[in-house]
Write a protein that binds this ligand. Structure first.
Ligand SMILES: Nc1ncnc2c1ncn2[C@@H]1O[C@H](COP(=O)(O)OP(=O)(O)OP(=O)(O)O)[C@@H](O)[C@H]1O
Length: 278
């Protein structure tokens, strides 16, 4: 079972392919670093792998299932709210994401996935300040990233009988979802202070905000995490601290990682394998 890019081709401009017949298989628990000179398509491949760009040819498979189907298989979720122009999804700002956030179909004409459900492949990129809705407190943003099943688990919903129905409804409240986030222990592991949950994104530093990006990606319980220059803007100590936790969690969950970094030292420490994009 793996994350597989099969014969992927992609071009932003017709006739000028950025990716041409790319084949990559990432196994659970593997940490694969994409390497290539600047402008060769590492970010583009990250976005294809996580479903934000649809390839012109080829397919992305998660555990043998085409990415959009894998996403649908994880849904069974009512649409909670529309993702307006101001909203950001999965760590990628709405304006730049060509796909859709977890519970909302992509806009008509979009090249991204139209299916719902938590993304099995989560993308974290290097601009946390652009990844959150500026008008939402961070606790609320995190709460919105909790898969309904996880929220229901946290509220003890069995799904049966009127008590189950009531609990299920409760599980969709922001408070119940935030409680589900606390239950994961991820806030402590990434050093997120309780007081930060009441703040807006502009009231935190880049490093503090990146912690929220990582936690938001992880609470979606992804099978694979794609980290595109995730810690590039952070100091060395914070980089090491965040990567230590991400690697530990990947081991605990047998979660695969695809990473892009211009730091050879970081790649050396984190990656179990290099994949050269040519
Ligand atoms: N939205 C876009 N429209 C048109 N061209 C684009 C777009 N995004 C990226 N490109 C081009 O696609 C190519 C690959 O870009 P990409 O960001 O994937 O490369 P990269 O390997 O990640 O680069 P770097 O190491 O510099 O971050 C570049 O030539 C870039 O200019």
């Amino acid at each position: 079972m793996s994350l597989e890019a099969r014969d992927i081709s992609f071009s932003y401009v017709p006739g000028r392919p950025i990716l041409h017949d790319v084949n990559l298989v990432v196994d659970p628990g593997e940490r694969v670093a994409l390497t290539a000179p600047s402008g060769r398509g590492k970010t583009t491949l990250c976005r294809v792998l996580s479903g934000y760009l649809r390839p012109d040819a080829g397919a992305v498979l998660v555990d043998g299932i085409e990415l959009s189907r894998a996403r649908a298989a994880r849904s069974g979720v009512p649409v909670v709210r529309a993702c307006g122009a101001r909203a950001a999804c999965d760590g990628v700002p709405a304006a730049r994401a060509q796909g859709a956030c977890d519970r909302v179909p992509a806009a008509s004409g979009s090249r991204g996935s139209r299916l719902r459900g938590p993304r099995p492949v989560q993308l974290i990129w290097q601009h946390p300040e652009q990844a959150f809705d500026p008008l939402l407190r961070l606790g609320r943003s995190l709460a919105e990233g909790v898969p309904p099943r996880a929220a229901a688990r946290a509220s003890g919903s069995s799904g049966a009988g009127s008590l189950g129905v009531a609990r299920s409804a409760a599980a969709h409240s922001a408070a119940a979802r935030l409680e589900a986030v606390r239950d994961t222990g991820l806030l402590e592991r990434f050093g997120i202070r309780e007081a930060w949950l009441d703040r807006f994104p502009h009231e935190l530093s880049g490093g503090e905000l990146m912690r929220f990006c990582i936690v938001r990606a992880l609470i979606a319980e992804p099978r694979y995490l794609v980290c595109d220059e995730m810690t590039a803007m952070l100091d060395a100590v914070t980089q090491a601290e965040l990567w230590r936790e991400v690697v530990a969690i990947a081991s605990e969950r047998s979660m695969g990682i695809v990473l892009v970094s211009h730091s050879p030292a970081l790649v050396d420490r984190v990656a179990t394998r290099l994949f050269r994009l040519i």
